[in-house]
Write a protein that binds this ligand. Structure first.
Ligand SMILES: Nc1ncnc2c1ncn2[C@@H]1O[C@H](COP(=O)(O)OP(=O)(O)OP(=O)(O)O)[C@@H](O)[C@H]1O
Ligand SMILES: [Mg+2]
Length: 622
C-alpha cells in the first residue's frame, strides 16, 4: 500500500481522540480559551451531559471574521508570539483544540471583538469549514458544540450516562474556577442552574478563600490556614485544611501550576510528606495550592490534556511545598478543626432528631426497647442514674454541690468563694483553651472558655506535647535529661536487654541514659526531663518491645513518633492521673504555645470545643 498524507479532517479527528475524549474535555478546552481571552464572566450551558449541546459564552477579547477562520485551523494560535514552547503564559498554546472539536461535532463560533460594530459567526460541521457570516452578539465570544461525536459513533458508545458526563463537566469547571477566583462562572444543565459563582473580591489570597469556600464547603473555609511562601522566584500560595479535617480520599486536594489544574506526583508526594506527622496513611487533608513558577522552569507540554507538568528543579518545588505547609500548620498552633466539636454534638444527639427532646433519663437496664433511636440508646447506656436522694438537709446540700456522679470537681471549682484573686492579667477563660474547671474520670480536663467549653484528652495532648518538644530538642542537639537520684535497675530477657543496650547512644540523644548491668539487666541513670515522674520500668520494657517490632533497620529518629508516644505514655501526665487546677491550666497554656497540639500523632483531636450556642441547641434552649 502506498504511503500518503492523511486528509486534514482525518488528522483533526485523530487529534480529537487525544484531546477531546469526553464532553468534559471539550468544556475544559473551551473554558480555558475563554479564560485566556481575558473574560471576567463565563457562562456554560450543557444538554444531555454535553452530548447534544455545550455552549460557552465569555466577555473576553473576541475575534473578528479573519481570526475566526484562522482559529479553527490546525496549529493556528495567538498564544505563542515568540515561537518559544518554553515561554508559555496561557492555558492554551497548541492551536489544536478548536479544529479537533470541529472535526467531531457541529461547532459554531460567534464572536465580536471590543469596539467592532458587528459580530460574525463561523460553522465547522464534522470538519467541513463554512464561511464567516454576520451574526448578533453584544461582545465577547460564544462557542456552541452540538452533537459531539455524532461523526464518530465508536466514541459515542464509550460515553457514560448523561448524569456522569455532567459530573465530569462540573468537576472540570470547578477546578478551573478555583484557579481563577476573580472570574464569575455559571453552569446550567439545560435550564437548571448547577453552579453560580460570582467574581470574588479583595486581595487574591482572600478571594481564593471565598471561592474555595463556595466550592469546597464552609467546613473547609473555616478550618483552612493560609500558605504564602516564595523560594528562588517560585511562589506558593493557597489554603490548607487543619489535619483534623481529614478525608478518606485525596479527592479534595487541588493542585495548580500557573493557573492550570494538574495532577502531579511530585506535588502530591510533597503534600503527603508535609502532613505525614499528623495523619495516618489512609487519611488525606483537604487543600488547594497554587504554584507560580517561571514558565521556563516548567514543561507543560508533556500530556495530551496538559494535566501533568515537569519541573526542572524538582527539589526546589518539593522543598518549598513541604517547608511552607509545615510552617503554616505550625502557625495554626493548637487549633483543631471546628468540625470536631460539631461532630461531637452530632454524636450526642439522638439520630434523626434535633434538638434533643427532653425526657427523664431511665436506668440503662430498661433501655433496650426504649422509643429512642440507636444514638439515644448509646447515650443512655453511658448514663449513670443519679443516686437516691440523701436523707439529711446537709447531705442534700452536699449532693447539690456535686450533682454529677463521676465528676471530680477541681479544688478551685469546689469552693469558688475561697479561690485566690485572679491575677491582673487577662482572665483565664479568655485564653483559647480557657480556664480549667474540672477533671473527669482522671482523663479529661473540662475548661471554660469565653464562648463555650473545651474538653481535653489529657493523655493525647500530653503525648503530642512531648513529641513536639522532643522533636524540637532533637533539632537543637538532644533532649534534656534528668538524673535519677537512685539509678533504677530493670530486668528484661537477655535479647531485649542487648537490643536496648545496642541503641544506648541513640536513646541517650532522646534523653534516656542506660547501660548494661549484668545478663538481662539494664541500669537506667537518666530520663528525659520533660517526662517528669516517669514510670521507668514500664518505659524501658515497652521500648524493648517496640524495638523488637521495629527491627534494626530504622534509626530511632526515624521512628521518633512511636518512641515518643511510648515515652509519653510513661510520663507524668497520662490518663488516669488526677491533676490539680494549676497542673491542668499549665497543660492548657502549654498546648496553646505548642505547634500541632490540636491533634495527636494519628490525626485524632486532642481536644473538643463545644460552643455555648450549640450546647444551648442541644438542650433545646434555642
Ligand atoms: N473564547 C475565545 N475568545 C477569544 N479568542 C479565542 C477564543 N477561543 C479561541 N480563541 C482564539 O483561537 C485560537 C485557537 O484556539 P484553540 O483552542 O484551538 O488553540 P489554543 O488555545 O491557541 O491552543 P490549545 O490547542 O493548546 O488550546 C486561540 O489561540 C485564540 O486566539
Ligand atoms: Mg485553546
Amino acid at each position: 500500500m502506498p504511503i500518503r498524507l492523511l486528509p486534514d479532517t482525518l488528522v483533526n479527528r485523530i487529534a480529537a481522540g487525544e484531546v477531546v475524549e469526553r464532553p468534559a474535555a471539550a468544556v475544559k478546552e473551551l473554558v480555558e480559551n475563554a479564560i485566556d481571552s481575558g473574560a471576567t464572566r463565563i457562562d456554560v450551558v450543557v444538554r444531555d451531559g454535553g452530548k447534544s449541546l455545550i455552549s460557552i459564552t465569555d466577555d473576553g477579547c473576541g475575534m473578528g471574521p479573519e481570526e475566526l477562520e484562522l482559529a479553527v485551523e490546525r496549529h493556528a494560535t495567538s498564544k505563542l508570539p515568540s515561537d518559544d514552547l518554553l515561554d508559555i503564559r496561557s492555558l492554551g498554546f497548541r492551536g489544536e483544540a478548536l479544529p479537533s472539536i470541529g472535526a467531531v461535532s457541529r461547532l459554531t463560533l460567534t464572536s465580536r471583538p471590543k469596539g467592532a460594530d458587528s459580530a460574525w459567526a463561523l460553522v465547522v460541521d464534522a470538519g467541513a469549514k463554512g464561511k464567516p457570516q454576520p451574526a448578533a452578539l453584544a461582545g465577547g465570544t460564544r462557542v456552541e458544540v452540538r452533537d459531539l461525536f455524532a461523526a464518530v459513533p465508536a466514541r459515542l458508545k464509550f460515553l457514560k450516562a448523561a448524569r456522569t458526563e455532567l459530573e465530569h463537566i462540573s468537576d472540570c469547571i470547578e477546578r478551573l474556577a478555583m484557579a481563577h477566583p476573580k472570574v464569575a462562572f455559571t453552569l446550567a444543565d439545560d435550564a437548571r442552574s448547577m453552579l453560580r459563582l460570582s467574581a470574588a473580591q479583595g486581595e487574591l489570597l482572600d478571594a481564593r478563600l471565598t471561592r474555595l469556600g463556595a466550592l469546597m464547603g464552609r467546613d473547609f473555609q473555616e478550618n483552612a490556614v493560609p500558605v504564602e511562601a516564595e523560594r528562588e522566584g517560585v511562589r506558593l500560595a493557597g489554603w490548607i485544611g487543619l489535619p483534623t479535617l481529614h478525608r478518606p480520599t485525596a479527592r479534595h486536594q487541588h493542585l495548580f501550576v500557573n493557573g492550570r489544574p494538574v495532577r502531579d506526583k511530585l506535588m502530591v508526594g510533597a503534600v503527603r510528606g508535609a502532613y505525614a506527622d499528623f495523619l495516618p496513611r489512609d487519611r488525606h487533608p483537604m487543600l488547594a495550592l497554587f504554584l507560580e513558577i517561571d514558565p521556563q522552569e516548567v514543561d507543560v507540554n508533556v500530556h495530551p490534556a496538559k494535566a501533568e507538568v515537569r519541573f526542572r528543579d524538582q527539589g526546589l518545588v518539593r522543598g518549598l511545598i513541604v517547608g511552607s505547609l509545615k510552617h503554616a500548620l505550625a502557625e495554626a498552633g493548637h487549633r483543631a478543626s471546628s468540625t470536631v466539636g460539631v461532630a461531637t454534638l452530632g454524636a450526642l444527639r439522638p439520630e434523626g432528631s434535633s434538638p434533643l427532646p427532653y425526657r427523664t433519663p431511665q436506668p440503662a437496664s430498661g433501655a433496650s426497647s426504649g422509643p429512642w433511636g440507636g444514638g439515644a440508646a448509646r447515650w443512655r447506656d453511658s448514663y449513670t442514674p443519679p443516686a437516691p436522694p440523701p436523707r439529711g438537709l446537709a447531705d442534700r446540700a452536699a449532693a447539690f454541690q456535686a450533682p454529677l456522679s463521676g465528676l471530680e470537681a477541681a479544688p478551685a471549682a469546689r469552693a469558688p468563694e475561697y479561690a485566690p484573686p485572679a491575677p491582673a492579667a487577662a482572665p483565664l477563660d479568655e485564653h483559647p483553651l480557657g480556664a480549667a474547671r474540672a477533671q473527669v474520670h482522671n482523663t479529661y480536663i473540662v475548661a471554660q472558655t469565653s464562648q463555650g467549653i473545651v474538653i481535653v484528652d489529657q493523655h493525647a495532648a500530653h503525648e503530642r506535647l512531648v513529641y513536639e518538644s522532643m522533636k524540637e530538642a532533637m533539632i537543637g542537639g538532644g533532649v534534656k535529661r534528668q538524673g535519677l537520684l537512685i539509678p533504677e535497675v530493670v530486668e528484661l530477657d537477655e535479647a531485649s536487654a542487648n537490643r536496648l543496650a545496642a541503641r544506648a547512644d541513640e536513646l541517650a540523644q532522646l534523653g534516656l541514659v542506660l547501660e548494661p548491668f549484668g545478663p538481662g539487666c539494664l541500669m537506667v541513670r537518666e530520663v528525659p526531663a520533660l517526662l517528669g515522674q516517669a514510670d521507668v520500668k514500664g518505659l524501658v520494657r515497652d521500648l524493648a518491645e517496640e524495638l523488637s517490632e521495629l527491627g534494626d533497620a530504622l534509626s530511632l529518629k526515624e521512628k521518633l513518633e512511636e518512641v515518643c508516644a511510648t515515652m509519653a505514655c510513661h510520663g507524668s501526665v497520662r490518663a488516669g492521673r488526677p491533676l490539680n487546677v494549676e497542673e491542668m491550666n499549665a497543660l492548657l497554656r502549654q498546648m496553646e504555645a505548642t505547634p500541632h497540639s490540636g491533634q495527636c500523632n494519628h490525626g485524632r483531636p486532642t481536644y473538643v470545643e463545644l460552643k455555648l450556642a450549640d450546647i444551648e441547641k442541644l438542650f433545646g434552649r434555642r
